[in-house]
Design a binder for this molecule. Sequence first.
Ligand code: DHB
Length: 397
Amino acid sequence: MAGRKVITTQVAIVGGGPAGLMLSHLLAKEGIDSTVIELRSRQEISETVRAGILEHGTVNLLVDSGVSDRVLRDGDRHDGIELRFNGESHRIDFQDLVGESVWLYPQTDVFMDLAARREADGGDVRYSATDTSIHGIHGGSPTVWFTDADGTDYELRADFIAGADGSRSHCRMQIPEADRKWYFHEYPFAWFGILAEAPRSSEELIYANSANGFALISQRTETVQRMYFQCDPGEDVNNWDDERIWEAFRSRVNGNGFELKEGPVIDKTVLKFRSFVHTPMRHGKLFLAGDAAHTVPPTGAKGLNLAIQDVRVLFEGLDSFYKTGSTRLLDVYSDRALDRVWKAQHFSYWMTSMLHTPAEADDFSRARQLGELNSVVSSRHGRAYLAEAYTGWPAGR
Ligand code: DHB
């Protein structure tokens, strides 16, 4: 085999999803060089249906760093959500409670904005790479081996590697077992997610708890809506025709004068979920960010927001190192990032357990759950707790 072509950069970024591209963008603005390696094609990532809620801090970072103001023009600002249970809706008014909002702007659009901006700025992003592997993270000179879309083999030499390669992270797997701890939690449910051609049923998101299970009514456009209902993790989408799907939604959401607007289902998937955290988020010259280090259940839409927060903190560490030579902020990267990761783990777990109905729920657990929901919506403190977590905690230590 002919030798690998050697190229060098300051930060090698494995993973060209929103986290990897955002890191590359922030570094470029400070004159720090990076190369991004991504296994999927740009088109494939652009076509993946993902969650849609951005915290105000995520939106500010996109707009203030000049990625795009499309989120402000094309996204929808949401000043609250509705919690629906026992046939009644209860509004959580974010603006009144904590003076903040979130934006409904799909993660896919965040990716497209970042990809366009990196391209316009001449960023080095290698989509459709194959045979990616990382080396030398324990010692002084980390490298990433990969084959680019044209079939050329490369050795990318860098000062640091950022592992932003998603929940099935190759980077994470290179960290010796003795040097890391994994935390897991499995849930006995999954989400059946659909896109439907229908008008909006509600201006705001509805998180609905019912004896028949959870449902989430979200939106995409005037004519396409995104919705989810709780299902068994082993569910097969092929067993669900439109009528059966709508019946599941009706039995969880409709009632007391509220009726969902229905229409043809144009996409259906089962989303399996679990909680996972890898600690510490750094090993030698390798820094993990986003889903590579942690996954949360989707209830509350924290996944992308956490990834962007990791990147912000990692960027601060790298920027400080290149400007001053000090590793102090890099040394505290893992602790700083994990502070928010565990808050989000708790919030996602709490929203999931408060809103979903276990198949084996007995009378006590059902009545207790309604007591919990009532204790949140009937108290300003309870609503404010939810609002602060949902819209995003202030930037950490
Ligand atoms: C969406 C997904 C979520 O997990 C959530 O909590 C809210 C909205 C969405 O895809 O729109």
